[in-house]
Design a protein around this ligand. Structure first.
Ligand SMILES: [Zn+2]
Length: 456
């Protein structure tokens, strides 16, 4: 079942393979002297290791690498690991951070629907860029961004451009917006054109499917049409399901190894078996699942699912682009729900944000672990930071799971390019971004007739 996903990824690589790569021109870099957690069985962990990066790719990992001419970046006292992978987000909602409250009129879904229809393409660009750079600074190097405010070609282009500008590796999912009637498909002609013309290998294309709702025949028929077209294009698919939308999705007959199911909270063992037999993967977003009351999910209840990754589900709703918070919450849920402190190892939890997350989105040939030949998506966490600890003799994964936070991220490299160094985003004007966000969201609210809580 994994083979089909690998084929999709391979076809994509071939399609972009002829493009000149800026990374090939880049100088070689040695990330030197850090404690390396590779998440690759052949490489293992190195208490002190060097990583040679050339042309955007990991060329070598060894205790000491002499590479004349290469720039040496000293990472002594840092923990070095694969860039974290956020398997599900909605970056366009980032500018609404702090606007979701806890009444029916001011809660997430109401505010998103109310304000979303008043976004312009420029509002989408500003919010997506804001969310993307926050995500990047927090140690995430890859995100899967389901753009569900796709009100036309300029909106999607604004979203794509923001991701390209941010430096993140991303899969951008072409989705329908909240006001799309159930019998209306997404703009499949536009999607076909995008797929044919797409040339970026760092920001790639996928499809955000609305699913089948609580059992709508119209949505099911629309989904059949959409997925037939999307599968012709070989694009990966993602779909939300939770509570009463799980059963109709399981019965839809439309699942496959190219489908990522988001949440699956409330799924019965039988529904999970159907998902697993179809080869679908899961995206878990513990912070937002609990934020909106979907429920608490535990790994031991997901037994049949082989491909699982963690996600942020939008910095706006999650409160922060903080995958560490999701990592920690999942670890706490496992122990809390089972009554056993040792219910799950920190290493297992971290895999869901690295190696397993890559597998869940069909990108494990490229990312998710540190090994020669993999894309150079690498982060370093500062063990000397206040709140962290010098290297323990035990498993440093525990330190990441229970102690690390975005501010401890010292270095972020994506595709061989350093985007964050000494905890600072390079080439990013944060005060300007925040000013843009404030102006943008005020404009949206003005056009919408005010904030929902005030208006109602
Ligand atoms: Zn979502």
């Amino acid at each position: 079942m994994r083979r089909a996903i690998a084929c999709v990824a391979y076809a994509w690589v071939v399609a972009v393979g002829a493009m000149p790569s800026a990374a090939q021109e880049r100088e070689a870099v040695v990330l030197s002297g850090g404690y390396v957690l590779s998440f690759d069985p052949a490489v293992g962990d190195l208490r002190q290791g060097d990583i040679l990066v050339r042309g955007g790719v990991i060329a070598e990992i060894a205790p000491r690498i002499e590479a004349p001419g290469a720039t040496r970046v000293d990472l002594a006292g840092k923990l070095v690991l694969p860039g974290l992978i956020d398997t599900h987000t909605h970056l366009w909602t980032s500018s609404m951070k702090g606007r979701f409250q806890n009444t029916p009129q001011s809660a997430y879904f109401a505010v998103k629907a109310h304000l979303g229809r008043h976004f312009t393409p420029e509002d989408v660009r500003i919010a997506t860029y804001y969310g993307a750079v926050e995500t990047l600074a927090s140690g995430v190097t890859t995100t899967v961004d389901l753009f569900h405010n796709n009100r036309g070609a300029e909106f999607f282009e604004a979203s794509r451009q923001a991701l390209v500008d941010s430096g993140l590796r991303a899969r951008l999912l072409f989705g329908a917006h909240d006001d799309t009637p159930p019998d209306e498909t997404a703009d499949l002609e536009r999607l076909g054109t995008l797929a044919a013309e797409w040339r970026d290998s760092r920001v790639t294309l996928g499809f955000g499917w609305r699913g089948t709702g609580t059992g709508s025949e119209q949505l099911l028929a629309t989904g059949r049409t959409e997925l037939a077209a999307v599968r012709t294009l070989g694009l990966p698919i993602a779909v939300h399901a939770s509570g009463e939308t799980v059963a109709p999705l399981a019965a839809s007959g439309l699942l496959g190894p190219d489908v990522q199911i988001i949440h699956a909270t409330g799924a019965s063992p039988e529904e999970l078996r159907i998902f697993a037999e179809a080869g679908a993967s899961l995206a878990l977003t513990p912070v937002t699942e609990q934020r909106v009351g979907y429920g608490v999910i535990a790994l031991r209840d997901l037994e049949p699912m082989e491909r699982i990754g963690l996600g942020i589900d939008g910095p706006g709703l999650a409160g922060a682009a903080d995958l560490f918070a999701n990592i920690r919450l999942l670890a706490l849920n496992e122990a809390g729900a089972s009554g056993e402190e040792g219910a799950v190892s920190p290493r297992r939890i971290l895999e869901l944000a690295t190696r397993d997350a890559a597998r869940a989105i069909g990108m494990d040939d490229e990312i998710g672990s540190l090994a020669p030949g993999k894309r150079a998506d690498i982060i370093a966490i500062d063990l000397q930071a206040l709140g962290m600890a010098p290297l323990p003799d035990g498993d440093p994964a525990a330190l990441v799971v229970y102690s690390a936070q975005p501010a401890d991220v010292d270095l972020v490299m994506v595709d061989g390019e350093i985007r964050n160094r000494d905890g600072q985003l390079l080439g990013v004007d944060v005060p300007r971004i925040l000013g843009d966000v404030e102006r943008s969201i005020r404009g949206v609210a003005d056009r919408a007739g005010g904030w929902p809580a005030v208006r109602d």
